[in-house]
Design a protein around this ligand. Sequence first.
Ligand SMILES: *Cc1c(COP(=O)(O)O)cnc(C)c1O
Length: 366
Amino acid sequence: MKHFIVGPVEMYECTKNVLGKGYTYFRTEEYGNLVKNCLEKLSEYLGNSTPNSLIYLASSGTGAMEAVIDNCMTKSDKALVIKGGTFGKRFCELLNYYDIPFESIDLEWNETLTKEHFNKFENKGFNTLFVNIDETQTGQLYDINIISDFCKRNNMYLVVDAISSFLADEYDMDKYGIDATIISSQKGLCISAGMALISFSKRFLNKIYSNPLPRTKYFNFRDYLKEIERGQTPYTPPVTTMYELDAILNYIEQSGGKNKWIKNVADKCMYFRERATSLGFKIPQYPKSNTLTPVYFDDVDASEIVKILRDKYEIYVNPCGGNLANRLLRVSHIGNTTIEDIDDLLEKMSKIYTELKSRELIYDRK
Ligand SMILES: *Cc1c(COP(=O)(O)O)cnc(C)c1O
């Protein structure tokens, strides 16, 4: 069985069975120190120099997206969302749910975000921008320079869902003036699902403290921010995933650090794209994250390829939801996969594609 899905991904040996190696009750100073070390390292990876500004929740990524809106936004804010797929749409649904005024920049699935898209939103009173920097549905990586410049020009907060981009693409909160970053455990960090993390800028922390209380009690950020100073959480944290985080961060450091790790993902990604193209597969041209490659089909059903890979070869790639299900499949490059695994996948994809195409030709002749 091999997983080329975006998450949970193939795990590394060092993160398997972490509790079997021994663990501490989470209310101890020892556990708190482990947490503080992990979060400091992650803050460094995120390029955020504000101390004690990274919290973690027992939740998947969407829980953190929702909690950010509930804790950080009020009805007197005005948000702008980049909506280029299902994850952009999710921000819109959440803002809608909490009655936060917003507008969105709507992109077709294969439309590249450009500077021009922002023109009509200049000086219109928007104060917070929400973006999924890698829109995982299509794999488009938006240009952080364009987004960051727009936010600075308009004096806006910038909230980034980097869930599927973190540790696959370059990232730097201080450099781009990013005010909140949402990440989660099961993607680039390559550990189990169930932990979401949010990192804040100083000025966004101030906004949280001056906002009215959120509707949620369980995810009230003030409680998390207070506890995190000693590496604690208000309620039982996802302890197992925290031990996995500690293990993977040590492994990343031993393997040469963050930049080397990102380069390894980028190398696998480039290898896949070159080989796939030379085999005749079509890859959309918009700028893409290193996390995944969308492969486009106009002559066979993409979802059929996903299904045969799974049923016949036990290889899992991501289908593409919604209106793109028959046209796109997505291959992830994060997780413990090798060049040999990619060769194997491509060989099988080619075989299935050829078979499906000859079937289609027979249908056409009838
Ligand atoms: C995976 C992902 C999420 C979170 O999805 P969950 O199912 O809640 O973990 C959010 N945003 C993006 C861009 C993602 O790729």
